[in-house]
Design a protein around this ligand. Structure first.
Ligand SMILES: [Fe+2]
Ligand SMILES: [Fe+2]
Length: 479
């Protein structure tokens, strides 16, 4: 390549038009459970787009699917207007589509969304929605119009995004209940396209909505169907043909993993957090003339048009959803029990908790008081801590450390590396759980563990970055 080439990649925008909701419990409950911001999704997207437009060094933008939240036409029209706005600003725009982008009234296309709704103050009402078969016509300027090649079966396509760079956007049909990925003909098409790129002397990268390598070992074990279905085949192809990276979404998890196949051949699965997650970012990918590929993460500090008060963007959005809401609401169990129930309505079984007020208050106050030092004793970790660590642990609440872990589930890069108090204590707690599971042969827990693994081992994926060391940045060579 004569000059550096770069592109932005955004995924899981889950755009929800304001036309689709009135303020009220129905939309609030939906948002509480989804772990993403829905009400402010247009403002979040717009803030990122402003940043992209301001960056004159990058002229390509790729969206990786779940572009809208529930396949309704209002959201699609507004989303497409934004793509056009990018185009008018001089950007080349390409999109993938995924299961949130359409509905299947009769359950065809393996889509779990039968129809789209508008949330009213008291419930919801049906609104017009997109069918899968209509997507490529609707988004033609942002998909096949400038493609070098299109797979007729899946709609996957190849675009040239730099002097010497091709991106193959793979549309992995289905949600994996029976299929998710390319069929046999699609794989042949893919392989021939990689060969064509090589013949032309172009580098080639892949982008696909579903992950090829799971973010954590337990993900493959629990939700294999949510991975790109032919991941073994695709991994083998990438290794064989030296396709160095695939960009993925869907898990909403910020995660970079390296896959190593036979003869030391490898590739990276660069999975990007949902744009509308509290810690949502986009990736900026830069490729130099000699093939050095740098992947950075670009976030936003504020959301245009949204008043977050004293709170940071992360805190404001985090408190809308399950884990953040629990963290935010738990202190109210003691001081304002009814307020706690109102805050978490839709997430916790409010009726049951109303009946057991005293018990809940007791349990929460015990958990809140638990110090890391007491937990260390309880799980036999004290002997593994230095005197100084143990002393510090006496002033450290176990629940606060647990909340730190939860805050990093989607954003990656959890801070508890081996040797820290938290890693030692939580690993010992997981070992204790392993022992109890085996002694009492607790089947539901055993079923959670991939073969050859353990809770202690699985916990490492969440305690710190045991992957490539940084989920936000990587540099590698395409040659
Ligand atoms: Fe998604
Ligand atoms: Fe998805």
């Amino acid at each position: 390549m004569d000059r550096n080439m770069s592109f932005y990649l955004l995924t899981d925008c889950h755009y929800l038009s304001k036309e689709c909701w009135d303020e009220g419990l129905p939309i609030t409950k939906r948002e509480r459970g989804d772990q993403i911001a829905l009400k402010t999704s247009p403002q979040i997207l717009d803030t990122f787009l402003e940043k992209i437009i301001a960056d004159k060094t990058t002229d390509t933008v790729i969206f990786l699917g779940d572009n809208v939240n529930s396949g309704d036409m209002n959201s699609h029209r507004e989303f497409r207007n934004r793509l056009q706005m990018l185009k008018d600003a001089g950007k080349n725009v390409y999109i993938s589509v995924a299961t949130h982008d359409y509905c299947s009234p009769n359950g065809e296309d393996e889509c779990f969304q039968k129809n789209a709704v508008r949330y009213t103050a008291a419930g919801c009402e049906p609104v017009p929605f997109m069918l899968r078969s209509e997507l490529f016509d609707f988004y033609e300027p942002f998909t096949h119009r400038n493609a070098l090649s299109v797979d007729p079966e899946s709609g996957s396509y190849v675009v040239k995004i730099g002097d010497k760079l091709r991106m193959i956007i793979i549309i992995d049909n289905g949600n994996g209940r029976s299929h998710c990925g390319l069929f046999e003909e699609g794989m042949k098409w893919l392989e021939s396209e990689v060969d064509r790129a090589a013949e032309a002397g172009d580098y080639v990268l892949f982008a696909v909505h579903h992950p090829v390598i799971p973010p954590w070992e337990v993900y493959r074990h629990m939700a294999d169907f949510e991975l790109y279905g032919g991941y073994r085949e695709l991994s083998a192809l990438m290794c064989k043909k030296k396709v160095r990276a695939v960009f993925t979404g869907h898990t909403h998890v910020q995660n970079i993993r390296r896959f190593e196949g036979e003869n030391g051949r490898y590739f990276f699965d660069i999975s990007t957090v949902a744009l509308v997650n509290a810690g949502g970012v986009m990736r900026k990918v830069t490729i130099t003339g000699d093939g050095k590929c740098t992947v950075e993460s670009v976030g936003i500090d504020k959301i245009n048009g949204v008043d977050t008060g004293e709170k940071t963007r992360f805190d404001y959005l985090y408190e809308l959803n399950f884990t953040g809401l629990i963290e935010h609401a738990l202190p109210y169990v003691k001081s304002d029990y009814d307020g706690f129930l109102t805050m978490t309505d839709g997430l916790v079984p409010v009726d049951k908790l109303k009946k057991h007020k005293m018990l809940v208050k007791f349990a929460v106050s015990k958990v809140e008081k638990l110090k890391m030092s007491s937990l260390a004793k309880l799980v036999n970790a004290k002997k593994l801590l230095t005197k100084e660590q143990y002393k510090n642990a006496e002033n450290q609440k176990a629940l606060e450390s647990a909340f730190v872990l939860l805050r990093h589930i989607y954003t990656g890069n959890a801070p508890f590396t081996p040797g820290t108090v938290e890693n030692t204590v939580f690993t010992c707690a997981a070992k204790r759980l392993d022992r109890l599971t085996n002694i009492f042969n607790i089947k539901p827990l055993k079923n959670l563990i991939p073969s050859g693994s353990s809770f202690a081992q699985m916990a490492q994926d969440f305690l710190y970055n045991n992957r490539t060391g940084d989920d936000d940045f990587i540099e590698f060579n395409l040659n």
